[in-house]
Design a protein around this ligand. Structure first.
Ligand code: NAI
Ligand SMILES: NCC(=O)COP(=O)(O)O
Length: 318
């Protein structure tokens, strides 16, 4: 198997240390290569600098090295690193697209530093990767053993959500999710639950119209094509254990509606995966954790799960 490429993410965050900790846990299970500045790695990391993934070391931390310039201070991001952080992502995409890597696993970025240092025009990896891959529509899924969730709208202000929620967006989100559940998660007949936007899924139009005007018609049209869709449901009652047993993924209308339940149920084990790209991309579900960066206490469980999921998807796709 080709290695999974890991982009370094924000070097002042926990990205470098969780990458090394994950490598220690997984080095006998799967190959991986980290893209970043080796000066940002925890002291004592035994590094093998490579320029070609054909020369991976089996017992050292393989690095595609980039010079980010100024030194890093844990917990204190600097704009001067922005170009390096972005280049690590574009290098990783290049590697998967050329077949030198089997998948891309991204460590968390700090969007503000990228905007300040490089006028980064994207609110997250998801949107940036879609642009790099020239794909109009991608889907963010967060997955753990107990739950898979998809926010239909992603990184936009809450006030903009109702306007952004269109029949076309919801239809594409359901179709992309359905295809990925079959292709990447091995579920032959996916059951997909759809959340309403409003409290009580609109209470038959008494507390909002989006369910009647858009969500139900989209579901009716797709059900007629054979899709197994449940809802629209009240988001507040969709995530307890018995409800979760009734579906394979829940499509939510906005970011926090999807991410609060999964990060509450399994913050340590959740994985962020982008669906609809021409390559595999996973990520830990957490962010840069500046408050604990560099202290050696960051939990690598989510990074380990993200790397395992990337490898599993690569095997599944063959
Ligand atoms: N995929 C990505 O690039 C993501 C980036 N972010 C970015 O991260 C930055 C910080 O975001 P926050 O909302 O503060 O979330 P966060 O996930 O960085 O931190 C929230 C809390 O969880 C703790 N935490 C996070 N990861 C941990 C780990 N591996 N081990 C132990 N504790 C951990 C932190 O110490 C903090 O107390 C923001 O700039 C945000 O945009 C956030 C989520 C994903
Ligand atoms: N809250 C999830 C998140 O911000 C991750 O976004 P992305 O960088 O994976 O697009």
């Amino acid at each position: 198997m080709k290695p999974v490429a890991i982009s370094c993410g924000e070097p002042a965050g926990v990205g470098p240390e969780i990458a090394v900790a994950a490598w220690r846990a997984l080095k006998d299970e799967m190959p991986m290569v980290w893209i970043g500045d080796p000066n940002h790695l925890p002291r004592g990391t035994q590094v093998n600098v490579i320029t070609d993934t054909a020369t991976l070391s089996p017992d050292r931390f393989n690095v595609m090295a980039r010079d980010f310039g100024p030194p890093v201070r844990p917990g204190d991001p600097v704009a001067a690193h922005a170009h390096g952080v972005i280049a690590a992502i574009t290098d990783g995409v290049d590697m998967v697209q050329k077949g030198a890597a089997s998948a891309l696993c991204t460590a968390p970025i700090h969007k503000a530093a990228l905007i300040d240092g490089a006028d980064f025009a994207y609110p997250g990896h998801t949107e940036f990767l879609a642009a790099l891959a020239h794909v109009d529509r991608v889907v963010m899924m967060l997955a753990c053993a107990a739950l898979r969730v998809v926010p239909a709208t992603i990184h936009i202000p809450l006030a903009d959500v109702p306007r952004a929620l269109t029949a076309s967006l919801l239809t594409d989100t359901i179709l992309i999710t359905h295809a990925a559940l079959r292709k990447d998660f091995g579920i032959d007949a996916p059951r997909i639950a759809i959340a309403g936007l409003n409290p009580h899924a609109g209470e038959d139009g008494k507390i909002g119209q989006e369910e009647i005007d858009m969500i139900r018609p989209v579901m009716t049209a797709l059900r007629a094509q054979g899709f197994d869709l449940i809802g629209p449901g009240s988001a507040d009652t969709m995530f307890h254990a018995k409800a979760r047993a009734g579906y394979d993924a829940a499509i939510c209308m906005y970011h926090d509606q999807a991410l609060i339940p999964i990060k509450t149920i399994d913050f340590a084990g959740g994985v962020n995966v982008t669906l609809g790209l021409p390559f595999i991309r996973t990520s830990p579900d957490h962010g840069t954790a500046f408050d604990i960066a560099g202290k050696g206490i960051a939990d690598p469980t989510s990074m380990i799960a993200a790397l395992r999921m990337a490898a599993q998807m690569a095997r599944q796709r063959g």
